[in-house]
Design a protein around this ligand. Structure first.
Ligand code: GDP
Length: 139
């Protein structure tokens, strides 16, 4: 399988609960390797731009409120089949439906506050990585 890169966010709830290390430990032990990382507090404009595809969804306002209420950790993860592997280790959107051992099962509170974000396809990964990391910062 090809080496891929995917994009990850440890969301404000994970940072608030002091669970950055716990989330990273699950990701790293699944074979994903962080190759870029930054901590930042998103503005509403930045969060709205990132979640542009969801702008018509009824939870859009709530999602932007949540993603801007505290700092996040944005990362690029690399590994074999990283996009699909990360979706698997992340778990279902609703933590109540997520499989045992996944990050969302372990750290997510509900369908909105679900601990982490991960790209769902190669095109999305490309857009999301570029949104947070200029090319010159990536090897
Ligand atoms: P993901 O790819 O598993 O993150 O799921 P989606 O792309 O469908 O949704 C993006 C994000 O929007 C989710 O991770 C949640 O944080 C949030 N979200 C999704 N559904 C709901 C909902 O019904 N209510 C709220 N408040 N947030 C939601």
């Amino acid at each position: 399988m090809a080496i891929e890169r995917t994009f990850s966010i440890l969301k404000p709830d994970t940072v608030e609960k002091n669970k950055i290390g716990e989330a990273l430990a699950i990701l790293e032990s699944s074979g994903l390797r962080p190759v870029a990382m930054r901590m930042m507090h998103l503005t509403r404009k930045q969060a709205e731009g990132f979640y542009y595809v969801h702008r018509e969804r009824k939870f859009f306002g709530e999602l932007v409120d949540f993603m801007t209420r505290g700092p996040i950790v944005a990362m690029v993860l690399e590994g074999e089949g990283a996009i699909a592997k990360y979706r698997e280790v992340m778990g279902a959107t609703d933590p109540a439906k997520a499989a045992e051992g996944t990050v969302r099962k372990k750290l997510g509170a509900n369908i909105g506050e679900n601990a982490i974000h991960g790209s769902d396809a190669p095109e999305t990964a490309k857009f999301e990585i570029g949104y947070f990391f200029p090319g010159y910062e990536l090897g």
